[in-house]
Design a protein around this ligand. Sequence first.
Ligand code: HEM
Length: 161
Amino acid sequence: MTQFTLFGIIALHAGTPPVVSQTALSVMFVSLGIFLVGVGFGYLAKNRESLLQHRWILSSAVALTLCAIFSVMLPSLVLYYGDTDVEFFSSLSGVTMLHAVVAAPAIIIAAYYAFGILPKKDLKKWMRWTAALWIASFAIGIFLFLQMFGLLPSLPSMPGM
Ligand code: HEM
């Protein structure tokens, strides 16, 4: 299920060509960089202008991430679970679901912030949660990528198993 050939290309997760997954990974690294710069601006912001810069920088990270989600991640998710012989209880499926469950609130809250529709009350608390969820989504995304490409070290098997 995780590996089959599509038009002669070795395809991984749901048939997404490796080059597409690798491009999405590079885009997500760029997005993480922009995101971290934006978070840094937020911490250092002392006036209205730097707060505005903070918001613009984070909005561009959100826009870039939404492009990757809608062009690669969501189609891959739909194709993966739309397959009739999907291995629902496999570790790849578990990591995919965990990634989606952690990442969905991160991108939704961040998009709300970008459009200025987060409640003003407890804004810092919302932002801290978003930053934590975003970084966790990225880390799980990297794990998922390594798993799809079979790059994770295999665990030593238990004696007698
Ligand atoms: C903050 C938001 C997110 C971040 C930082 C993030 C990060 C990543 C990264 C780094 C990868 C590995 C690169 C790749 O294979 O494409 C990945 C893959 C993936 N992500 Fe996300 N992601 C986010 C949101 C989401 C959401 C909202 C969903 C679905 C509801 C999702 C579903 C997937 C899937 C299915 C893959 C595997 C794509 C493939 O087959 O290549 N991600 N993500």
